[in-house]
Every structure is written in structure tokens, then in C-alpha cells.
Design a protein around this ligand. Structure first.
Ligand code: ARG
Ligand code: MN
Ligand code: MN
Length: 315
């Protein structure tokens, strides 16, 4: 497989300069490239994107950093599209989860219809009119869904976005902290959700079987995995901006990636919301970063039973 890595050191979908912009370099420093190469992947690192500084960026109806987030995601969308045109699986390291807008948009621009698997404690599907915080990382999915486009007001630097995901092609896993409007939207659109309650009831193996059955029922579309590190329990990944108790175990988190890898349909991956400033200790940060690396390795064929190269010769 060919993989293309894009760093997106961007934090304005959350709070200004919050630390989440350090994510890409921390994840690289933990040896991601080398370890993907060990798995036999042909990986190209496209480096970190640089984002335009926008001087005047007053809130628009309570939504923060609209112009910066809009422009950054336009840049990212182009970058992901280029990686896909290069025939690679795109890997976007965030940064905050507002970056899913550009990542999914660019992926869809290159390959057409997508299935999206969104692994997160949160649904990130507030609209600009329902957001309780004004943070765009809690709204990313609302801009991408065809079904919500009539509910999205015009925003500066957002006019380039074309909704590109259908509600029936979206699956959530790990939800446990939703706002009322988000819960209403999910019910209204009939979105497939495996909240932590379903993970408890069914077990992660059944959740993943049902996820791939559901997404492949009509046609085998390329899969975009958008993985928020806060999906995992904060005892394992505490260094993140909006931790929520009662999350996925490390093993459940990794199982999701192993399963999606085996479908052969993974075509784009986001790993977002790793924030070293939110880790209380060095160990807390390390645990978060190394879990992020393990999730990415799971996406690219690392198996817990072990791996060996196809051309292995026993000496
Ligand atoms: N629901 C809250 C909001 O809309 C929290 C979102 C958290 N999102 C995230 N990507 N960590 O602001
Ligand atoms: Mn989240
Ligand atoms: Mn999120």
C-alpha cells in the first residue's frame, strides 16, 4: 500500500493556541513513519501544512475563528485531494477535529462517494446555530452532510464547501457526550450509532461486524476513518481537550482499526485531538501519543498476533 501523511498543526476549531497543534510532530516523533515502513507500507510524508494567519476573525453568531477554520480546511482539502490523486491512502494528523471538514471533503473530491466511520466520544454534528460552545470542532460533520445543508447559514470562507456525505453512509462509534440538538439530528436523519451503550451490549467485535455490513450493504465505498483520540477512555489517553469518562478501552480502540484494515476499503484516516498541554504528566502525554501511533499502525496492517514480511526467509 501507498500511504501519504499530512500534518495539520491547527487549533482554531477548538481554542486559540491550545496545544493541539503540536499533535502531528509528537506523533511523528514517536516513530510513526519508521514503524509503518516496518509493516511494509510505502509511506510519503508531505510534511506539515502552513495555515494563513487571519488578523480580523471576530465570532460570527457565536461561532469562533470562522474565517481561519474555513481557510485552513480549504488548504487541507486540496492537500488530501492531491494525496488521493497520487494513489495513496491519506493520513491526516491533527490538530483539532474541525479538520475533518477539509480531510473528508478532499477525500470525496478525489474518489467520489465515501463511507465515513467517526470514532469519538462526541458526534461533532452541531450546526452553527445549535453549537453551545462556538467551537467548530464540535460542528465538523454538519457541514459535510447533504441532509443538513439547508440548516447551515452562510459563513465567511466556508462557501467552497460542498456537502459530500449522505447520512446513510455515516457510522458513529464510541459516543457518550452529546448535546440535545446533536442527539435530535442523529435521530432525525436516522444515522447509525454505536454509542458506548451498544459497545457494552454487543461487544466491539459485533459492533464492527455490523458496521461493515451496514456500510457495504448497498455498495463497497471507500472508507474514511475519522478517529478522535478522546473516543478512548481518558485513563489511557488523557492528553486531549474534551475528555469524557467511560470510553473505549485500548483494546477496543485498536480492534476498530484492525477490523477496518481488514475490509481493504480504508482510503483515508484522520487522527485528531492529541493535545500535550492537557496531559498532567509526561507519562500521560506519552500514553496518549503512543496509543495514537498504535491506532494508526492498526489501520495499516499491524496485528497483535504478530506480522512478518511476505518475503521472509527463515535462516
Ligand atoms: N459538543 C461539544 C461542542 O459542540 C463538544 C465537542 C467536542 N468535540 C471534539 N472534537 N473534541 O462544542
Ligand atoms: Mn471528541
Ligand atoms: Mn471529535
Amino acid at each position: 500500500r501507498k500511504v501519504g501523511l499530512i500534518g495539520a498543526p491547527f487549533a482554531k476549531g477548538q481554542q486559540p493556541r491550545s496545544g493541539v497543534e503540536r499533535g502531528p510532530d509528537l506523533i511523528r516523533a514517536a516513530g510513526l513513519l519508521h514503524r509503518l515502513q516496518e509493516l511494509g507500507e510505502e509511506i510519503h510524508d508531505y510534511g506539515n501544512l502552513t495555515f494563513e494567519d487571519i488578523a480580523e476573525d471576530e465570532p460570527v453568531g457565536g461561532v469562533k475563528h470562522v474565517r481561519a477554520v474555513g481557510r485552513a480546511n480549504q488548504t487541507l482539502s486540496e492537500a488530501v485531494r492531491a494525496v488521493k490523486m497520487d494513489g495513496r491512502v491519506s493520513v491526516m494528523l491533527g490538530g483539532d477535529h474541525s479538520l475533518a471538514i477539509g480531510s473528508i471533503h478532499g477525500h470525496a473530491a478525489a474518489v467520489g462517494q465515501l463511507a465515513v466511520v467517526w470514532v469519538d466520544a462526541h458526534a461533532d454534528i452541531n450546526t452553527p446555530l445549535t453549537t453551545p460552545t462556538g467551537n467548530i470542532h464540535g460542528q465538523a460533520m454538519s457541514y459535510l452532510l447533504h441532509e443538513l445543508c439547508s440548516k447551515i447559514p452562510t459563513l465567511p470562507n466556508f462557501s467552497w464547501i460542498k456537502p459530500c456525505v449522505s447520512a446513510k453512509d455515516l457510522v458513529y462509534i464510541g459516543l457518550r457526550d452529546l448535546d440535545a440538538a446533536e442527539h435530535y439530528i442523529l435521530k432525525l436523519l436516522g444515522v447509525k450509532v454505536f454509542s458506548m451503550t451498544e459497545v457494552d451490549r454487543l461487544g466491539i467485535a459485533r459492533v464492527m461486524e455490523e458496521t461493515s455490513e451496514y456500510l457495504c450493504a448497498r455498495a463497497k465505498k471507500p472508507i474514511h476513518l475519522s478517529y478522535d483520540i478522546d473516543a478512548i477512555d481518558p485513563s489511557v489517553t488523557p492528553a486531549t481537550g474534551t475528555p469524557a469518562a467511560g470510553g473505549l478501552t485500548y483494546r477496543e480502540g485498536v480492534y476498530i482499526t484492525e477490523h477496518l484494515c481488514q475490509t481493504g476499503l480504508l482510503s483515508g484516516v484522520d487522527l485528531v485531538e492529541v493535545n500535550p498541554f492537557r496531559g498532567q504528566t509526561e507519562h500521560a502525554i506519552q500514553s496518549t501519543v503512543s496509543t495514537a501511533v498504535d491506532l494508526l499502525l492498526g489501520c495499516f496492517g499491524r496485528r497483535r498476533e504478530g506480522n512478518h514480511p511476505a518475503d521472509f526467509i527463515l535462516p
